[in-house]
Design a protein around this ligand. Structure first.
Ligand code: ASP
Length: 588
């Protein structure tokens, strides 16, 4: 037997016991004639001590240990003189009788401790060493725990976990596909699923009624911050349901996760907000509602006073930032530069300071103090607040105000990762017009059904009508992050054909790409709907972190590379030939 106990389990009650442990040497230090060793495994850290009275051989052995050596030790549990309240085993240490070196280690490239001295790139290259550290171990344990809770909950609700294939045909969901050449079918390609969307719908046609899968998905996108080309979804679908049934089922799942994993009670039922309200009041379809600072439209108050910037645009909006009336010239200049950055894209920033002695604004030339005060009131400002105003096209300006709101929330410390404010966003528009390509795109995906009451608009030829069509689509939003989303689906072949037509997909193209699902809908497809959660992100937020990378054992960097195994990489010419491939890429 390699060990009788792990490095995380001994307590003061175990004093006097004879034990065998195995693990990695995190650190060893010599204090006079004594040697102290921190032994680490997945379960924790236990202090080992070789006392002054130990045999010379044992002392020499203890002093020869390098960092990350794998050892097996035998000894007696003793109460510690100087206790360490920071670790659960901090009351005890093991007085060693023997050390058996199971394997040596070369000196690791960075310290493997709670806080490492290694930079991100180095740690990524030696991910298997980084994974030995406490923070990553805790992240992966949390991930396991979450998956377990999810499976328990969904099983208790009658869901079946069913695997769907990874080598499929492209299911466009807004991103590019990763493709895999087929050796046996020369010149033809599989696509890796962006999600199992069509398969889960086919499972509904097949009568499986409640499906879920914790499943890898692949999207070949330019990697914006904190995206991974492969990521994991909790993918779900249900038959004979309306939107309300889906929302109830999955807020139940989230409620159980919050309760069982974090011991937090979230409201029952959860807050719901329409997409239109989210955009109007928060300038985002994933509003962070941990704090107020809502957007207020002030167009009518702002126009007609001879200030051409306001008069020449369709929309003027404002937020009131609490307690910032004392902002200096310098701070306001900096904020103005900030909103002009391309990431925000505003032309400029107007402000009103609401002081105890009255208001002061950057447009005092055009407005009387009463008029300025009326605007500040409309923005919801109180004495001591700073009102920030942007103007332009409606949705664009609201989005900019939304970004500014989040920034001010960050600056004022209003976004505590330990506070959770989940909600559903509902009533999304079905379609989104794109000026560049001059066509509609599905806001969620092409399988989302229009609301039954908007069917007339859906069959209209007018752009304005189509823009008004809403979907029974919903997103689960937590602290300014979209954690999941889904919809009630189209289950009728003719409606699905109309959807492809609205999206400008030709009959032939629809047939080529989606013939299988249109055909399946002819064989008694039940009404159905579902959703998917981004599992990596759910885990990260539950862990109080913004980045998903720590919650994935082997993530890619932001160039989509795995620097540990050095992939992607070139393949042999013979492999290329076998796959009927030729590359036009140039390599030095
Ligand atoms: N397939 C969708 C997605 O990946 C989720 C859904 O509609 O169920 O976003």
């Amino acid at each position: 037997m390699y060990r009788t106990v792990t490095c995380g389990e001994l307590r003061i009650e175990n004093a006097g016991q004879h034990v065998v442990l195995a693990g990695w040497v995190q650190k060893s230090r010599k204090l006079g004639a004594m040697t102290f060793i921190d032994l680490r495994d997945r379960y924790g850290i236990t202090q080992l001590v070789v006392s002054a009275g130990a045999s010379e051989e044992l002392q020499a052995q203890a002093n020869s240990l390098g960092r990350e050596y794998v050892i097996q030790v035998e000894g007696t549990v003793l109460e510690r003189q100087s206790k360490n309240s920071k670790i659960p085993t901090g009351d005890i240490e093991i007085e060693l009788q023997s050390i058996n070196i199971l394997n040596k280690s070369v000196t690791p490239p960075f310290t493997i401790e709670e806080v490492s001295d290694g930079g991100e790139d180095l740690r990524a290259k030696y991910r298997y060493l980084d994974l030995r550290r406490g923070p990553l171990q805790r992240a992966l344990k949390l991930r396991h725990r979450m998956a377990h809770e999810i499976r328990n909950y969904l099983d208790s609700k009658g869901f079946l976990e069913i695997e769907t294939p990874y080598l499929i045909k492209s299911t466009p969901e807004g991103a590019r596909d990763f493709v895999v050449p087929s050796r046996m079918n020369p010149g033809e390609f599989y696509a890796l699923p962006q999600s199992p969307q069509t398969f889960k719908q086919l499972l509904m046609v097949a009568g499986y009624d409640r499906y879920f899968q914790i499943v890898r998905c692949f999207r070949d996108e330019d990697l914006r911050a904190d995206r991974q080309p492969e990521f994991t979804q909790i993918d779900c679908e249900m038959s004979f349901v309306e939107q309300e049934d889906v929302l109830e089922t999955f807020e139940g799942m989230m409620r159980q996760l919050f309760k069982n994993v974090l011991d937090i009670d979230i409201p029952n039922p959860l807050r719901r907000m329409s997409w239109y309200d989210a955009m109007d009041n928060y300038g985002s379809d994933k509003p962070d509602v941990r704090f107020g600072m809502e957007i207020h439209e002030i167009t009518s108050l702002a126009q007609g006073h001879g200030f051409s910037l306001f008069d020449s645009v369709p929309y003027v909006g404002a937020i009131a930032v609490e307690g910032c009336a004392e902002y200096t010239r310098k701070q306001l200049d900096e904020l103005t530069e900030w909103v002009k950055r391309p990431q925000v894209g505003a032309k400029g920033l107007i402000y009103i300071k609401v002081g105890a002695e009255g208001v002061k604004s950057s447009v005092d030339k055009y407005f009387s103090p009463e008029q300025v005060k009326a605007i500040a009131d409309a923005a919801g400002a109180k004495t001591g607040d700073l009102v920030l105003i942007l103007c332009g096209a409606k949705r664009k300006t609201q989005t900019q105000l939304g970004v500014l709101r989040i920034e001010m929330g960050n600056r004022l410390g209003l976004r505590d990762p330990k506070v959770f404010a989940p909600l559903w966003i509902v009533d999304f528009p079905l379609l989104e017009w794109d000026d560049e390509t001059n066509r509609f795109y599905a806001m969620h995906h092409p399988f989302t059904a229009p609301k039954p009451e908007h069917m007339d608009w859906f069959y209209s030829d007018k752009k304005e009508d189509l823009e008004r069509v809403c979907a029974n689509a919903y997103d689960f939003v937590l602290n300014g992050t979209e954690l999941g989303g889904g919809s009630i689906r189209i289950h009728n072949a003719d409606l699905q054909k109309r959807m492809f037509e609205v999206l400008g997909i030709s009959k032939e193209d629809a047939e080529y790409k989606f013939g299988f699902i249109i055909n399946a809908f002819k064989f008694g497809a039940p009404p159905h709907g579902g959703l998917a959660f981004g599992f990596d992100r759910v885990c990260a937020l539950f862990g109080g972190q913004e980045t998903i990378r720590d919650y994935i054992a082997f993530p890619k960097n932001n160039m989509g590379r795995d620097v540990m195994i050095d992939s992607p990489s070139l393949i042999d010419q013979s492999q290329m030939d076998e796959l009927y491939l030729q590359s036009t890429a140039k390599h030095e």
